[in-house]
Design a protein around this ligand. Structure first.
Ligand code: G4P
Length: 317
């Protein structure tokens, strides 16, 4: 069962971004370095109308460094796009952000043409943490900007560098099933919106192929690649004492252990997708979505014909 999740108040956010984007030079898209493809928001690309974009692969401390380098190279090869890795331990994030934005929009700068940047990201990607760091550092001044929305924050990272943060949440319709699982595993989706066992099985399936040694070390297991996902979940629960009556493994608890150990990074530095894998998942998701859309339209047409709102096109003429 694929995951769907709609955290509300989207229209306001969409409107605020749509308004603000008119006076923006660069868009910063915060991504989760463990799942860059899945944590991107296709709706943002539509709203930002081809503006230069800085992809920030955040929480890089939790991600596989080799894969982060691969994702950065992938984004840096795209026109109008730059990418950098970041995490909460980086001492001067403003410096890196300012440098990359001026590379993307070199015609901006100075008091007459200050750099105007919009920062966006899905929930839990670390936006508040980054903004807190930026605003508690010396240079950052924050203030309200009249006109767009009262709650919008404007942060000055330098005299000629303004960072805008629009409130609210912009969440994409999830058309890639695997993205739903990866987002749930990362902590971006509310707990009640997914089944932990299902998410843990998907996570273990990926880990046993891509990071078997990390699983073996963390859970003191042998030969994880040869186990089925269900066997692996059970073995983890048994090793960690997640037992219930009759010495049976409590699979719910095992799932929570597997997900939490991934999320907190104690399992090790893991990235759940490569650019190549994500491209394949996206293509498959788009095909299924297009088929679903056609089916929906056919049902709607049939309904209209039955309720005689329109003539049956097959009987026309
Ligand atoms: P958001 O505004 O985008 O929704 O995200 P927020 O900054 O609230 O961060 C979400 C969670 O991610 C927080 O953890 C935060 O501490 C953690 N986080 C943010 N940046 C980084 C990073 O670079 N590396 C790591 N490892 N974690 C990061 P939490 O458990 O939800 O809260 P708390 O325990 O920190 O209070």
């Amino acid at each position: 069962m694929a995951i769907q999740w709609f955290p509300g108040h989207m229209h306001l956010t969409q409107k605020a971004i749509g308004e603000r984007i008119k006076n923006i030079d660069v868009v910063i898209e915060l991504l989760d370095a463990r799942l860059p493809g899945s944590s991107a928001n296709p709706m943002l690309a539509e709203l930002t109308q081809g503006k230069p974009t800085l992809k920030v692969l955040n929480k890089q401390d939790l991600a596989d460094p080799q894969r982060t380098a691969h994702w950065l190279a992938h984004y840096n090869s795209q026109n109008g796009t730059r990418a950098i890795g970041l995490d909460a331990s980086v001492a001067m994030p403003a410096k890196a952000l300012i440098k990359a934005c001026f590379e993307l929009a070199p015609n901006r700068g100075g008091m007459v043409k200050p750099m105007r940047v919009l920062i966006c990201g899905i929930p839990n990607v670390g936006k508040s943490t980054l903004i807190n760091t930026l605003t508690t550092r010396r240079a950052a001044k924050t203030g309200d900007e009249a006109g767009v929305t009262k709650l919008e924050q404007r942060i000055s990272l330098a005299d000629d560098f303004y960072l805008y943060d629009t409130p609210g949440v912009l969440w994409p319709r999830i058309i890639v099933a695997k993205s739903g699982y990866n987002l749930a595993a990362s902590g971006a989706i509310g707990r009640n919106a997914f089944n932990e066992q299902e998410v843990a099985l998907e996570l273990l399936d990926y880990l046993k192929i891509n990071y078997p040694a990390l699983l073996e070390i963390r859970f003191k297991l042998d030969g994880v690649s040869a186990k089925t996902d269900e066997e692996l979940l059970e073995a983890i629960g048994r090793k960690r004492g997640a037992l219930q009556a009759g010495q049976r493994v409590n699979l719910q608890k095992s799932a929570e252990i597997a997900i939490n150990d991934f999320r907190s990074g104690v399992l090790g530095r893991v990235t759940l997708e490569t650019p190549e894998e994500f491209a394949l998942w996206l293509a498959a998701g788009q095909t299924i979505d297009a088929q679903r859309q056609l089916k929906k339209e056919a049902i709607e047409l049939d309904r209209k014909i039955r309720f005689k709102q329109i003539k049956n096109p097959q009987n026309a003429g």
